[in-house]
Design a protein around this ligand. Structure first.
Ligand SMILES: Nc1ncnc2c1ncn2[C@@H]1O[C@H](COP(=O)(O)OP(=O)(O)OP(=O)(O)O)[C@@H](O)[C@H]1O
Length: 240
């Protein structure tokens, strides 16, 4: 569902992302793991056609990010750490506004609203003004608006940043549920314990390079059952 080939991004002489190649299959959660500055956001922004690659390319649901950006956008949703939502609208109004961009209107919108509300347990959220919402409620609105068009690929960039224990739990549960619908997700985080719980395969990103890729279970076994230890061990091997 996602296939990156030699994907790179330079900012002048600085190589923020260097020749990434990886693939994410149908119904799979792929963990893009790495510390701050590793290049996770840059990678996801290129996949979402928000940033042009310096070289290389990728396909999303079979569409080339360079040649078919509109098709790519129709087939993906993206959630980043920011939770900017119009403060003076209710949850329902925010969703109706964004649904319009995808041509999800009228009866179809009402059906999709019911679908996201059930999936994300949005009771009490839809009719509340955004400015009166808790952080967890806002996050639900942000996720809901990114999946109203039921994209086969969902990109989550540090999506649990700033969430409390309840909101974090519901986000991780949502990731598993979305996968169970046969969707593909890229879960970018530096929180390895979250990746241990939800990721099927992982890529370790460091200094813009993919230094390891494989099934999450296999990666964990390299770290004696811990992805965090596996990550550090892999960096030590690369440095040696
Ligand atoms: N517009 C830009 N101009 C110059 N350098 C940039 C720009 N955007 C990002 N970078 C640099 O590229 C590198 C990768 O940044 P990126 O935001 O992709 O990392 P990240 O893994 O998402 O980390 P974080 O979790 O801190 O966001 C960093 O060193 C960053 O400073």
């Amino acid at each position: 569902m996602v296939e990156a080939t030699g994907l790179s991004k330079n900012y002048k002489d600085f190589k923020a992302v260097e020749s990434l190649s990886f693939r994410v299959d149908h119904g799979e959660v792929y963990g893009l793991l790495g510390p701050n500055g590793a290049g996770k956001t840059t990678t996801l922004r290129m996949l979402a056609t928000l940033l042009a690659p310096s070289s290389g390319t990728a396909t999303v649901a079979g569409h080339d990010i360079r040649k078919q950006p509109l098709e790519v956008r129709r087939n993906l949703g993206i959630v980043n750490g920011g939770m900017q939502v119009y403060e003076r609208l209710t949850g329902r109004e925010v969703l109706e506004f964004f649904a319009g961009f995808y041509g999800v209107e009228g009866r179809l919108f009402r059906e999709r609203l019911e679908w996201v509300a059930g999936l994300l347990e949005m009771d009490g959220v839809l009719d509340k003004l955004v400015r009166e919402m808790s952080t967890g409620m806002r996050q639900k609105v942000v996720i809901a608006r990114s999946i109203l068009h039921q994209p086969p690929v969902l990109l989550l960039d540090e999506a649990t940043a700033g969430l409390d224990v309840f909101a974090r739990r519901s986000l991780l549960d949502f990731v598993k549920q979305y996968r169970s619908l046969g969707k593909s997700l890229i879960y970018s985080t530096h929180v390895m314990s979250e990746a241990e719980e939800v990721c099927d395969r992982v890529g370790f990103l460091y200094g813009g390079k993919l230094v390891y890729e494989g099934p999450a279970g296999e990666a964990m076994s390299h770290g004696g059952g811990s992805l965090e230890r596996a990550f550090i061990r892999r960096l030590e091997e690369v440095a040696a």
